[in-house]
Design a protein around this ligand. Structure first.
Ligand SMILES: *[C@@H]1O[C@H](CO)[C@@H](O)[C@H](O)[C@H]1NC(C)=O
Length: 612
């Protein structure tokens, strides 16, 4: 075949022209060599995947990508959004979510068209006028009603529906959106009918009937402060502020002696006090920790209780829940079983994709707060640990007090973001698993594991040279199919516990914040690699589908396209690639479903109304 091609080119008119120039033979050979390489490359590409996107994680980009390429990448995300949303509109609207393989639909969040509400502000940001107008006219006539004895899940309804309405209102000031938000919140209000006035699990918006166990879940009862505070400010209705304040008061007056100043997952909705000592930053807890910082930022740093709670929670996370793996030194955060008087809770060493919002939160806090000068905000770090009577927690404060807290939070952010990214880069699909089980020690999969702060203290004692433990770039460990089938040769420091990628946003969200806060383009390039993997492995003719395993190529898919893919995953990707900064982290605060709300500017009347 090579000779055929050489002959073809010898007989080509251009070749004879070149020959006629009487190049020396070796020059001619270089020319033919170049032509051959071009042809081979074209042949090679034609037998690979149709998209030019496909490659298996080459070395990281070292030449800066020019701005016009980033614009093109942002346009590709916009096209991905249109592909997903048009599939939804065509096959599933006005039901909740599209089934992107069978073209069916799901009504898993009230059947009011959650994908429409969740997408509104993304459409405004992407400038999609036609789609937005169609969505708007649907929103205008939605009836927030349910059949008797069925219930809206309160938390999901707040973050997706109310969050979508309020954020879009903040962006375009369409009064219809605010009045729909107001109406929805009023219909959900019976959910607060508990002795503590903390929300139950669910409510029927038509009858006011409520449902849910006496023991509430942290994330579900403490993820409404941003939405309700903004709603109070936008409508001037103080009652919504009271709802948010109830949560803030319960959290700040809770007895946290069992848990070192951090909020556990279970709460007694009669007393408004913690019920257990199960500590996590992942499922059932995540956004409650997130809202401590974000509520402080949204209210233009006027609500000091939230600041103090944020510093307490992160201090406990850093000193007790962050570990480092034995060989690759992967920094990770895990959850603990309930502790006793003597010992802290036992770490499970499970690392959840959901926890990958945490590096972004640490970075946002380090970016917006003077963590290295807390006195300037009237906060004494050591007092925070001592005043609350948090048992053993005082040790943690003494420990962190010898560091520059801002620097330490940024290292925590970078190290965790590295691990979140590596769980993607290690996989043949380039997408990360939903849960991993970290190997705590070299010898076994059991054992105590190494607390990050122990390594940090050793590093500091030995002169603090170079990059701190767990923080730097690491090389991916990609198994071949044969290696995977044999159970993997090891070397990753973790096993995969849940192998699916559910189109989740958390890692992308943190890469986005790392990019904005540090200005280091490596985070943005990694975001691009993830987008390429999403295009390559999750796209269907009708939308995008969750995949069952990130380790298998091509991955088997699930018939599922969650609304958060439109609200969060694609929004953060777009914001990461566009050269504009339409949602500055200094002026906006994202709710936990990536719906941005503007940082408040308080008027004098509002300060009186809200007791600021
Ligand atoms: C919640 O607290 C109340 C009041 O102390 C108590 O009577 C109730 O048993 C607690 N609920 C649970 C499930 O522990």
């Amino acid at each position: 075949m090579l000779e055929d091609i050489q002959d073809m080119y010898r007989n080509h008119p251009l070749s004879s022209a070149i020959r006629s120039l009487r190049y020396k033979p070796h020059v001619r050979n270089i020319f033919y060599g170049g032509v051959m390489l071009t042809i081979l490359y074209a042949l090679y590409n034609s037998v690979r995947l149709p998209e030019s996107l496909s490659y298996d994680f080459p070395e990281e980009v070292t030449v800066p990508t020019p701005p016009h390429i980033w614009d093109e990448r942002a346009r590709q995300v916009k096209r991905a959004f249109l592909h997903a949303y048009h599939g939804y509109e065509r096959y599933a609207a006005p039901h909740d979510e599209l089934k992107p393989i069978s073209t069916g639909y799901k009504d898993n969040f009230n059947g009011w068209g959650v994908s429409i509400f969740d997408s509104l502000d993304t459409m405004v940001l992407l400038g999609l006028e036609g789609e937005y107008e169609r969505a708007r006219s649907y929103v205008e006539k939605t009836r927030f009603e349910l059949a008797e004895h069925t219930f809206v899940p309160y938390f999901e309804t707040i973050i997706r529906y109310l969050g979508g309405l309020l954020s879009t209102y903040a962006l375009n000031k369409d009064p219809m959106l605010l009045s729909r938000a107001d109406e929805l919140a009023k219909k959900l209000d019976p959910v607060f009918n508990t002795p503590s006035k903390l929300a139950l699990f669910g409510v029927n918006p038509s009858t006011g009937e409520v449902v849910g166990p006496d023991i509430g879940i942290l994330a579900e009862m403490a993820t409404l402060q941003l939405e309700y505070t903004y709603l109070a400010k936008a409508t001037g209705n103080r009652a919504y502020w009271e709802r948010a304040n109830t949560v803030i008061k319960a959290l700040s007056s809770a007895d946290l002696r069992q848990t070192g100043g951090m909020f556990p997952i279970g709460w007694n909705l009669t007393t408004g006090q913690p019920h257990d000592a199960h500590l996590s930053v992942g499922a059932q807890a995540d956004s409650a920790h997130e809202y401590l910082l974000k509520q402080y930022l949204l209210t233009a740093k006027t609500d000091k209780a939230n600041l103090e709670m944020y510093i307490r929670a992160t201090t406990h996370i850093i000193t007790n829940l962050m570990y480092i793996s034995p060989t690759r030194h992967l920094l990770y955060v895990t959850d603990t079983t309930t502790p006793t008087h003597e010992a802290r809770g036992t770490p499970t060493h499970v690392f959840e994709h959901l926890s990958c919002f945490l590096p972004g939160l640490f970075a946002l806090g380090a970016h917006t707060l003077p963590l290295d000068d807390l006195d300037s905000m009237g906060v004494n770090f050591m007092d925070l640990g001592a005043k609350g009577n948090f048992g053993r927690a005082g040790d943690g404060y003494r420990r962190l007090n010898s560091y520059n807290l801002k620097e330490l939070h940024m290292w925590a952010a970078e190290g965790l973001a590295q691990t979140c990214w590596l769980t993607y880069a290690d996989m043949r699909t380039g997408l990360g698993p939903d849960e991993t089980h970290m190997r705590p020690s070299v010898r076994s999969v059991h054992g105590e594991g190494h607390l990050w702060m122990d390594s940090m203290d050793r590093w500091k004692q030995s002169g603090a040279r170079g990059i701190p433990p767990g923080v730097g770039d690491k090389t991916p460990v990609i198994y071949t199919e044969q290696q995977r089938l044999r159970g993997g040769p090891g070397g990753r420091d973790y096993a995969i516990k849940k192998p699916g990628y559910l189109l989740r946003p958390e890692t992308i969200e943190s890469l986005y914040i790392m990019w904005r806060v540090t200005g280091d383009a490596k985070w943005r390039e990694r975001g691009w690699r993830i987008f390429e993997a999403i295009e390559r492995h999750t796209k269907t003719p009708y939308g995008y589908a969750s995949i069952k395993s990130v380790e298998v190529v091509p991955p088997p898919k699930d018939d599922d396209m969650p609304s958060y893919f439109l609200a969060e995953t694609l929004k953060y990707l777009y914001l990461m690639f566009t050269n504009d900064d339409p949602i500055s982290l200094d002026k906006w605060v994202f709710n936990t479903e990536a719906h941005p709300l503007p940082v408040f500017e308080w008027s004098q009347e509002e300060k009186v109304l809200f007791n600021i």
